[in-house]
Design a protein around this ligand. Sequence first.
Ligand code: 5GP
Ligand code: ZN
Length: 137
Amino acid sequence: MDCIFCKIVAGQLPGIKVFEDARSLAFMDINPRSDGHCLIIPKTHSPTLFDIGMEDLAAVMNTAKKVAMAIKASLAPDGMLVYQLNGRVAMQLVDHFHIHLVPRWENDGVDLSHGFQPGDLDKIRAVAGKIIEALSA
Ligand code: 5GP
Ligand code: ZN
């Protein structure tokens, strides 16, 4: 199947991974809306909320909470935007279920209506390292 997120799960495409368990994977978004922008996915392919099974959804939500707490501990955001899109009309671009965690700071200037801006890979890796450290604390 030609799915970029399935390829990241399989290690066929690079991904900056921060956490995984049997059913779910958390990795850094390559076009981060803010420092620490993570995606949480099921390891098994499901396109949308309408398709995903309850066990995968529970695992993904559990991981979202775990990673959100690690982002809070390591990056000290003022808040966090959590979102999940279904279908082109809702602006879903990658057809593999994913939850976005976007840490927010006062006056950070994040504007979701702006298109993608490729992130600096070294900076994304450095932020991922902080999140990983908080996850193992
Ligand atoms: P959507 O609009 O489908 O909710 O968002 C898809 C997200 O996947 C976007 O935030 C985009 O930056 C991210 N993305 C797209 N391709 C890749 C990739 O190859 N690697 C990573 N890490 N993120 C990606
Ligand atoms: Zn997939």
